[in-house]
Design a protein around this ligand. Structure first.
Ligand code: ATP
Length: 851
């Protein structure tokens, strides 16, 4: 920043405002532009891709005022907040400087404008506070009015919080310093999410429209979160007061998916994009509410059997009634984003096009009623729910239909929003205005005849009002009674007394029309706001209808079947597929596989070549559970799913350099989290755990982890463990519930006699013994010299050791385990020690003997 004495008054004003709002990118209004300065300018020019210039040595950049919304939306998508600083004074006084102040703060979690939101994605502001043993949270989507709180009093490791944040993917998080330190250390909040440190609002004053005191008993942290979040929202968007009413949600009612599971299973995004995710594949919804609900269901599968069956039955009914689906789709296609429009209605921000959209949406009431008369049995509980509101919907539809033009302009100030016939006074004024236009046309003809100027015309502009225009060539014929107003290159403009009078009449009528239209629009908007509760619940029911019919459609398109669901520990499916991978491959080329866990087999150790299909096999098991528990059909010939409480995954390599953690450290942290929090009802996917370190350490860790997870007689979590450590296949001989599988390949010789492999993608019982890593390297295009050399090296190594490299290591460990000379080893339970630990103990022991 420049020395303050060198600064212009304007820059001093800017610095003063900026110093009080350091966390905001300040959009500083100068004429028709919002300007940004200094560090804000540098950041904004990077985010927005606009030129950075200099003024008096200060970096600056700017965006046109009328196009600001698009730029603001890009900035808040980066997790930053924007302060809109407007001119509020008159610019009078000694300095002649306009007074300016921040009139609105736009934050990622409090936006309501459509062009700043993704239509099918909820936009959550989450407030979280930890306490001694657990945590509480409030989640609010101000754009739809969704608001719930939850609390877990006994979750010291914050596992539940991590799952909740993964499912919500918040746009903005409010927390205090203590909470931030705790969640930061467990890597729960991605760096791109806006976080704001706020003090806890610990008032005992519960707003009168919130659930009563009794609901909050024992939920002190949740209440604090709710009050803090509301306070924050009210500062930024005061219009929301009274519109947000929380309900208590027990998050332990939902299957827990932690951040790793959500990311690695690519449930809602693949490398940050929706395309390629399960959500994208399943989404045929026709309403924005339906799209959001589908995503919500994927990320929050249910645990309660009755609730799952209720959803499953609705999907099943639609599946059996394709006509019900087809007819419903046509009706739903006319429905706009009722939830978000109603939020704007409630806060007074709805524009003409919002109400026109609402009018179209509510006009479906008749068709919807007929649909329920015909197909009500398909979704019995929604029939009652929707029909009980249909009279209110019909009334509001009639009001909107009679009041609002179907294709109004964007802004109220452009006029032409209220329909003819809705208000007699408005119709009168419009007549006056229209007749005046006729009068203007008559005046034009009269003046032409009087002056003999054939090119004479009457026009209007916002600076001079109405004028008579005469081309330069004929200006000599203009009578003295004309007063010159403007000279153009080819024409002259004049006014006359008569024209002035007509202008007065017209402008007067126009002003009155605009004022009246605005007030009529406001009264319609206010009337709608009185029914916000009914409309939100109507929108919710529409969203469910959309998702049920959508899931039935998916079942048809992707050939899903209805799974058996119960409280058992079984996870069994015949010809199971991964729907997303299948959709990417040529038709019919995906190879289905069976799975059978939770009965005789608790842990499957899956070996086989690179690229053999092991990871896909693991992931499809998780997708099976998620689909089944969200109420959908599943991609298998048949399936039996005992309700799973958590899906935990350790898949793929990822490091967190920013947090000072190596790939292997992250891998170990994630694994220890799994071991600490899995239950007998969990499903665990481990893909090559232990490979980020030396072979010995890796095998030892993988071995010990598997033993840790093993609980005889089906009492442990169901585990699928894909590995290249052939040594782990020995576990099958030691433990009854551990079984080996392998991904099958076929070796063959090509025309040149070179040995090649074909991947069959069939997961078969028994152990696979080769990794074919060099073949895969060849397929991936490693230089031929590298491949030839690698083949030579492996031959030499195998010749030296007599067998495969890691197999030999395992023999050494095995020999040492059973070594008769190691008396001390007998004192410990060898089942509880990893081979690596055993090896180290023996070396220690030897050292001691030798010394
Ligand atoms: N069942 C299947 N049917 C058809 N193609 C499959 C199947 N499973 C996997 N594939 C194809 O093989 C590719 C590799 O599969 P996957 O990632 O599961 O291999 P992997 O055995 O885990 O390999 P690595 O050990 O190298 O991680 C997939 O991207 C997919 O194109």
């Amino acid at each position: 920043m420049q020395e303050s004495k060198q600064l212009t008054p304007l820059m001093r004003q800017y610095n003063d405002i900026k110093s009080k709002n350091t966390d905001l990118i300040v959009f500083f209004r100068l004429g028709d532009f919002y300007e940004m300065f200094d560090s804000d300018a540098r950041e904004a020019s990077r985010i927005l891709g606009i030129a950075l210039t200099q003024r008096g040595g200060v970096p600056m950049c700017g965006v046109p005022y009328h196009a600001a919304a698009n730029y603001i939306s890009k900035i808040i998508k980066e997790g930053r907040k924007v302060g809109i600083c407007e001119q509020v004074g008159t610019g009078e006084g000694k300095s002649k400087l306009f007074e300016r102040k921040i009139v609105r703060v736009i934050t990622p979690g409090t936006v309501i404008e459509d062009n700043m939101l993704q239509s099918n994605v909820s936009n959550y502001l989450v407030c979280v506070f930890t306490d001694k043993k657990g945590w509480g949270a409030a989640a609010i989507d101000v754009s739809t009015g969704e608001f719930w709180v939850t609390e877990q009093a006994d979750d010291i490791s914050l596992n539940g919080l991590s799952c909740m944040l993964a499912a919500l993917n918040p746009a903005e998080i409010l927390l205090d310093k203590i909470t931030l330190d705790r969640v930061k250390s467990s890597m729960m909040i991605p760096g791109s999410v806006a976080t704001t440190i706020v003090p806890r609002e610990e008032s005992s004053q519960i707003p009168s429209n919130w659930p009563s005191q009794s609901v909050w008993a024992g939920k002190k942290t949740a209440l604090t979160c709710a009050l803090t979040a509301i306070k924050y929202i009210n500062v930024n968007e005061p219009g929301f007061k009274d519109l947000l009413i929380p309900f208590y949600k027990e998050i332990s009612d939902y299957l827990a998916l932690d951040e790793n599971a959500v990311r690695t299973l690519e449930l809602v995004s693949q490398n940050g994009a929706r395309k390629g995710s399960l959500w994208h594949l399943l989404d045929f919804t026709v309403t924005p509410m339906g799209g959001r609900t589908l995503k919500n269901w994927i990320l929050n599968p249910l645990l309660n059997l009755a609730d799952i069956e209720k959803r499953q039955n609705c999907v099943s009914n639609f599946y059996d009634n394709p006509l019900a689906y087809e007819e419903l789709k046509v009706i739903l296609a006319d429905i706009s984003d009722i939830e978000r429009i109603m939020s704007r209605v409630g806060t007074g921000n709805a524009g003409p096009r919002d109400l026109a959209g609402l009018a179209r949406s509510l006009a479906v009431h008749g068709a919807l009623k007929n649909w329920f008369d015909k197909y009500g049995a398909v979704v019995p509980y929604l029939k009652e729910n929707i029909l009980s509101k249909i009279t209110v919907i019909e009334d509001l539809a009639n009001l909107l239909n009679s009041a609002i033009e179907p294709n109004p302009p964007i802004k109220i100030s452009d006029g032409g929003i209220i329909k003819q016939g809705f208000n007699a006074e408005l119709d009168d004024l419009r007549n006056t205005k229209n007749n005046s236009s006729k009068t203007l046309a008559e005046l034009c003809e009269r003046e032409k005849a009087k002056t003999g100027i054939s090119t004479l015309k009457v026009g209007f502009n916002s600076v001079f009002g109405y004028y008579i225009e005469v081309s330069k060539g004929q200006s000599g014929k203009v009578p003295f009674s004309y007063t010159r107003k403007q000279t153009l290159t080819n024409a002259e403009r004049f006014i006359t007394e008569e024209l002035k009078e007509i202008e007065d009449k017209i402008l007067h009528a126009e002003e009155k029309i605009l004022r009246l239209e605005t007030s009529l629009f406001d009264s319609v908007r206010k009337h709608l706001a009185e029914h916000i509760g009914v409309m939100r619940s109507f929108a919710k029911a529409i969203a469910e209808l959309d998702v049920y019919s959508n899931l039935a459609h998916c079942a048809k398109v992707y050939k899903f079947t209805k799974p058996v669901i119960d409280e058992s520990n079984i996870l069994k499916a015949a010809d199971l597929r991964h729907p997303v991978v299948e959709a990417c491959l040529p038709l019919g080329s995906f190879v289905p596989n069976d799975i059978d866990l939770g009965g005789e087999t608790q842990i499957s150790v899956i070996t086989g070549p690179n690229m053999g299909g092991k990871s896909v096999y693991l992931k499809q098991a998780a997708v099976l559970v998620i689909l089944a528990q969200m109420g959908s059909f599943v991609p298998a010939a048949s399936a039996h799913v005992g309700i799973v409480d958590k899906i935990m995954t350790r898949i793929g390599a990822q490091d967190a350099i920013a947090m000072g953690q190596s790939t292997f450290m992250v891998e170990m942290k994630e694994t220890s989290h799994i071991l600490a929090s899995c239950t007998p009802k969990s499903l665990i996917l481990l893909d090559e755990v232990g490979r980020g370190t030396s072979t010995f350490d890796g095998i030892s860790i993988a071995w010990a982890i598997t033993e840790f997870l093993y609980k005889p007689h089906g009492g442990g979590a169901k585990v699928l463990f894909a590995t290249h450590y052939f040594e782990l296949t020995d576990l099958e001989n030691k433990y009854k519930g551990i079984k080996n599988f392998h991904a099958e390949v076929q070796e063959y010789k090509d025309a040149d006699g070179q040995s090649k492999i074909a991947f069959l993608y069939k997961i078969k019982e028994g152990a696979g013994d080769k990794s074919y890593g060099i073949h895969v390297g060849e397929l991936a295009g490693l230089p031929a010299t590298v491949i030839v050399r690698a083949k030579k090296v492996i031959k030499d190594l195998e010749a030296k050791k007599g067998t495969s490299v890691s197999k030999k290591e395992d023999d050494i460990v095995g020999d040492l385990f059973s070594s008769p000379i190691v008396e001390e080893i007998k004192l410990v339970n060898t089942d509880a020690v990893t081979p690596m630990q055993a090896l180290q103990m023996i070396l220690e022991w030897k050292k001691r003997i030798n010394s």
